[in-house]
Ligand binder design. Sequence first.
Ligand code: SF4
Ligand code: SF4
Length: 442
Amino acid sequence: MKVTFKRGVHLSYANKEPTKQLPIREFVSDSVQIIMNMHIGAPSEPCVKKGDYVKIGQKIGDAVGFLGIPVHASVSGEVTDVARIAYMMEEPVMAVTIRNDFKDEWTELNPLGSVESVDIDKIVPAIREAGICGMGGASFPTHVKLSLKPEQKCDTIIVNGAECETHLTADHRLMVENAPRIVDGLRAAMRALKVEKGVIAIEDNKPDAIEAMMRAANGRDGVSVAVLKTKYPQGGEKQLIEAITKKQVPTKKLPIDIGVIVLNVGTCAAIADAIIDGKPLISRVTTVTGCVRNPANLRLRIGTIVEDVIGACAGFSEDPGKVVFGGAMTGLCLPRLSIPMAKSTNGIVAYNEVESRSVEEGPCIRCGKCVSACPIGLNPYQIKVFADADKIEEAEKLRVMDCILCGCCSYECPSRRWLTASFKIVKQKLTLKAKAKGGNAK
Ligand code: SF4
Ligand code: SF4
């Protein structure tokens, strides 16, 4: 039986065709620039200096604070710089640049053995030491997700294999090519938290991934595969939980408040690598597509510069109007091509000039399509009225902070109103205002 959540949209173009059958291939560049704030939480503190020699997997950034995770060298070679670099639109960020000597020398690793026999008290610390954060885009430190407070109890871990965003096929290929590792990572997380139920959830547009994961799950304690209807945003955490458990995560609550934890498929594979091989997170699979000559699913070393990635795909097939991290619905536009990808970079998509043109927004015709589409049950057209008038407190009363910026309302709007973009700004303003007051926006 296929399951799903309420509302959402059926995307008329998913643009997954160019890459969904392409096997993952490895690309390793001449140098990497590894930023220290790839995760939610305090940035890591560089622990190497210019001129040092580093091996793959060697720690180059120490974790800071409870949310902190360490950062590791993704290639071997000489550290050529430790300095702040311009990154997305934020403040400059600290980065360690390493010139690759291609000797592929690994630092000494500390494997813990099979996920079924490892001492369960060692699992979460090993995940932290491996520098693992959510690889589906959110970058939340995984060891924190798996560190429950005494009053919290988890009964189900869901592995998010929906990959509902347009263009992206990295998770799809990982499931087809590396299914046993994903199940191993899930089992490690289940054992660490003494959880008996693990569900791998996959949209029905990936039959080969469903088959591979079912094979890998066969005979593994408590692990099953659930088939989801293909609908956007099926991979949103709350939507996925609704589809699988039929329970809703209440406003201002977290999945763990209803006993659920969601992990991305890449995150699970990274957990297995950390336990079985003792390897930290130094690479990931990224889909590179759009107007590039050879679209691909590439295993990239963390810190690979986007320009090099585009080169690995034989360059642009036509002049790009914009390049984004992620897919069309939630992707972030890159300010330049000289910036490095990070642990959460699941896609690099180039759009041509025509696709990149922004459209003028028209007047609201009160059709209500945005309301029907919103998976959270918000009233986007009304929130937009307040957003345009800069009445952010009024927008807050309409639960704009619950908006997951999925883009469904903008996608459905016949007047092309800039709904999601406006809500993002309102959310940022409310967050800044709350921070100034020393609290959290509601
Ligand atoms: S972007 Fe926000 S308001 Fe629009 S559909 Fe998604 S959750 Fe609803
Ligand atoms: S979909 Fe667009 S035009 Fe229709 S009610 Fe919403 S904002 Fe207005």
